[in-house]
Ligand binder design. Sequence first.
Ligand SMILES: Nc1nc2c(ncn2[C@@H]2O[C@H](COP(=O)(O)OP(=O)(O)OP(=O)(O)O)[C@@H](O)[C@H]2O)c(=O)[nH]1
Length: 390
Amino acid sequence: MGEWLYLVIGVAVLAVVVIVGLVTVGRRRPVPPVEAPDSQAPDTPGSDTLAPPRPVEAPEDPTHAVVEPLEPEAPTAVPTPVVEKPEGTASRLVRLRQRLSRSQGGLGRGLLAILSRDRLDDDAWEDIEDTLLTADIGVAPTQELVDGLRTRLRVEGDSVDVRAALREELVKLVDPTMDRTLKVSGADGAPGVVLVVGVNGAGKTTTVGKISRILVAQDRSVVLGAADTFRAAAVEQLATWGERVGVPVVRGPEGSDPASVAFEAVKQGVAEDVDTVLVDTAGRLQNKAGLMDELGKVKRVIEKQAPVTEVLLVLDATTGQNGMVQARVFSEVVDVTGIVLTKLDGSAKGGIVVAVQRELGVPVKLVGLGEGPDDLAPFDAGAFVDALLG
Ligand SMILES: Nc1nc2c(ncn2[C@@H]2O[C@H](COP(=O)(O)OP(=O)(O)OP(=O)(O)O)[C@@H](O)[C@H]2O)c(=O)[nH]1
């Protein structure tokens, strides 16, 4: 009997311990918050929208809350890059010519206002000279234009159409006979190779991106070489330009040898039989010898794969005489074959076109007229002068 009593007491104690234990555990375990799908709770700042859906624990007690079945979150798709279609040539040119007139029209209007005075005395001609010099045309071209115009007005007298005469003289200065075609095709099945040089901030990377868009719009295949390895952001910038139009970008680690990146880019272009390889370079103008070493090596190494068909020097039109000094240094270091004048939208000094062509004997082939992706226009002497005349 005593044994039975001990056994009953033992079982009772065990039962009490188990019940107390269960109650305690049940209290400690938090009930997971269950958000209704239309919860107004704000998103946690910094929450990662690509994180997988949180597992939702069912509450211990099914009577604790009515749990509505959670709708499974839609799987997060990896965004596929949308390849943009660059703007067509016709609408781009109309838009950019208007922008050129807006920025440069003041020069022509200023000249025409002086030329329409009743008496064209020495003061008037001096005003014309000042207006041309202010627009950065340069001393010698200014003198040529003034002499040409004075002679015509003297010879032709009152019958002369001043606007037409001024237009003719300006076109002569800009020189419509220069070959401004961009050499983007190679010979014997090799791709065209365009090397883009210039000082930091002139707009090289932007220009490479814009040219690639023009080529893509013309259904040409393109490879970009990010040989500006000096500035990591420049490589990223170029990669973004490439992604936007579905053009591959060959890049190396930060600080790597620009020549080896250029070599790899052209190698890929040859292997993939593309039409054009565009190579962006760094523009550190630390000293002429360093620049010469770097750009010389880039060019030499590229030419183990395919000849360079065009060397474009990018100049910022807003830098005036400083830009001319840079132009001189670069042209002594590499054989520049064409000039890209950027930021003409932000400067009324379009006369630099004349000055820089005279200085280098190389044509301006393209002009940058804004930060937009399609704000690059081929240069045309007549259209440029028409924009100057407003
Ligand atoms: N308004 C205007 N801005 C331009 C034009 N071209 C380039 N830019 C701007 O100029 C700045 C410098 O351009 P980048 O292309 O980075 O110049 P970069 O020569 O490659 O400079 P680094 O990479 O430092 O060598 C950017 O903010 C461009 O958007 C243009 O035609 N008009």
